[in-house]
Design a protein around this ligand. Sequence first.
Ligand code: SF4
Length: 83
Amino acid sequence: MSLNSASMNSASLNSASMNSASLAVDWIRCTAHGLCAEIAPELVTLDDWGYPIVADTVPPHLEALAARARAACPAMALRLSST
Ligand code: SF4
């Protein structure tokens, strides 16, 4: 790997981390179905009552999975936003 490609890879990683998305739960809407954790276990775990504990930051390679979990939520309680 040349110095230039190493620099470009580093710049790409920095750019990706600056453009990461975040996942949040609307606690008024969430009814603890747990579907989000089934669809995206890399991003969501459930607490003892079945309510989701979501990752604060969604890495770029998991954004499509986060979008699937959001779309599948029967209560429309998941929000995915870019930071
Ligand atoms: S799928 Fe929706 S309602 Fe069910 S636990 Fe996840 S966020 Fe809450």
